[in-house]
Design a binder for this molecule. Sequence first.
Ligand code: B3K
Ligand code: ZN
Length: 878
Amino acid sequence: MRHPSTAAIRLADYRPADFAIDSVELDFKLHPTKTRVTARLALRRNPAGDASAPLALDGDDLTLVGVTLDGVALAPGDYEATPDRLTLAKVPDAPFTLDIETEINPSGNTQLSGLYRSGSAYCTQCEAEGFRRITYFLDRPDVLSVYTTRIEAAKGEAPILLSNGNPVARGDIAGTDRHYAIWRDPFRKPSYLFALVGGDLGVLRDSFTTMTGRKVDLAIYVEHGKEARAGYAMDALKRSMRWDEEKFGREYDLDVFNIVAVSDFNMGAMENKGLNIFNDKYVLASADTATDGDYAGIEGVIAHEYFHNWTGNRITCRDWFQLCLKEGLTVFRDQEFSADMRSRAVERIGDVRGLRLAQFPEDAGPLAHPVRPDVYQEINNFYTATVYEKGAEIIRMLRVLIGEETFRRGMDLYFERFDGTAATVEDFLSCFAAASGRDLKHFALWYSQAGTPVVTTAGDYDAAAKTFTLKFQQETAPTPGQSEKKPVVIPIALALFGENGQKLDLVSDDATPTELARGLIELDAAERVIKFREVPSRPVVSLLRGFSAPVRLEPAPANEDLERLLALDDDPFNRWQAAQGLALRAIFGRLETGALDAKGLTEALRSLLAKAEDDPALVAQALSLPSDIDLAREKASDVDPDVLFDARMALRAEIGRSLGAELEAIYARFADEGAYAPDAASAGRRALRNVALDLLAAGDCEKGRALAMAQFEAAGNMTDRLAALATLALLGGHAREEAFARFYAQYAGDALVIDKWFSLQAMIPEAATTQRVLSLMSHREFSLANPNRVRALIGAFANGNLTRFHALDGSGYDLLTSVVLQVDPKNPQLAARLLSTLRSWRTMESRRRDLIEARLKHIVAQENLSADLRDIATRALG
Ligand code: B3K
Ligand code: ZN
């Protein structure tokens, strides 16, 4: 394992590599514990590098077998080899060839980085720095090479042999039980995009004809017997390929595109050139085993990895500080794809919910960092919501600011100028500056300044003058390492609604004609005041429409304005936002006064329910109340999860009671219509019916239990079955235990489904749950070695069960600490990610804060922590 490095890596220290590697020829002899790897590197000095520098190649946990320079075996005195470095003090000035032989142990690789095994298959994960666990290399994203890969393995163990690029040759090795395959990837790429798979896998095949008429062979490799469950992923892949042609003019470039699903994977998936490797959770789906949410997740991740072929692979990152260059942009692209495939409004609401759940807390706590960080200890800890989701929001703001057509011209320019290179954020922005004629220097502050800006607005209506004055102020709180914050460029989409709900023309001398025509105000200073003229009556203001910038708006409009917005706004996002605002006000009002006033909200929801047919998915979103994590974030300090939970439950019950008749009618009207289809419209109907069930059960336990049990029995798909089980889980009692037992009996052995069973149990908001989670950790289908299992059980407990996780006896924290310390020696990335759950610990009330601080200090005091975990624990303590 890599030892905690002490040196921080800084963006300011970037230097080009001293050597270039034009081509790489790899030869793998696969063996469970003794895989031999030969790498033939065509090296030459990089004119941009230091001409006298030694050749120093990165390694991690490597055993060197031998090294040859231009065909001559080197003597031990000619080089220095350690597990993490191979240094040749003297090398020729002319181009030369280096052959390096290493031996690695895939079966012993529990970090799931480098070459490892998932089940009996061999697979790789090289981003960010896994390739150096395979062979010594300049393992950095700005070293681009053409790769040829030969893989040899026992035929019985690995009949399927895959690598990047196009297949070149395959055959048997005479006189043995072994065979080989050769792959060649003609596109220059960094080492982190290398991939290899060897195994005995089932396959689903299809093909795609590109916009210029080239036929591409598509294949998705899965566990034998699960081929049919890859059908939706294949469909999503073909739709992604077509969409990228139509929306961005991007055509696929190899003869084959392969996807392999594995059960042991640290992240969602990986975009290796021509050979994407996926967590099987994002490939496998059937009506009986996957929910609507799972289908949407598969569609999004398949698209995301495919879109990386252009944004990430053809144009890659100069260094890891530029990670958002590929990730933020690719998330933006996958969000747009999903919006086109599904409901744009519902997609946007889901994306913003996700941003607020994960990124806002990150940006407000000790782990806050800029979208482009300027320093890191361990790069794997920077695959964060900030880099991904806030990174996507920056691209979205850019498009809002310069308009769709100019944005597309900027993208075209980016592909034209930087194809085949390792680029920077500045390179990217220069294309949009050129396309739009705008100076984007100030806008670029979004990349370097951390923290969520707070925009405060105040409106003042002058009835005599018929003017409405709107004052905007922005402020960003200090974040670690950045005490002073500057104003950023914030696009604020807005509309004013008149007395009769009509949208008013925007007239003002304080905004540009373009701003007024587009209804888009640019706030680029600490303060801006706009006096609107010809406003006939006090208007209702719809601000930050479509969530036009990743900021917090304060204060929320008055309840009567929220009620009107919920009824009349033509921006569906802000209609949803109004419902959330009313719910938050009801919950926080109860915290202050002890009394629940939800009348305005319930009446507004009643009118929405009356029109539910128009857009069931949107109504379902409006009925989905803020979660405990939302409430904790809004509370921001002195958080007591028990109190928040009680208030939230009280509101659910109140809505369930006062809208009982309407909800029951919806429940009956939106009943299952037969064969399951995963499309967005059908999913929206199911979502509405299931949120109705949840609220009904909150209002009337007995009725809820009866409906949920009947639904659990009769459900023809996993979405409805799991929703019923979730409702029963909250209601408790014998019915719940029986349902859990039946669910297990039905799906035992189906790991992805059993993960749902683990999660729902971990989220039961009752005192006995902590013990239940501990017992489930000994369940035969649980394993600390598998990231999906750990996330399903421990992740769901820590993120989805705030009252139990934050129990005042510290038992929840002890559970997490113990798991983190058990996982760390085997899989540091997983351990570090689990511990990040505590990122908002300083917002807790003092007793819990003290308990968490003690656990964090206990972790930091351990010897032999991984660099990953030490980095998170240390930064969390701040
Ligand atoms: N690029 C990968 C993430 C790799 C994570 C390495 N620790 C997945 C993605 O964003 O598409
Ligand atoms: Zn990505």
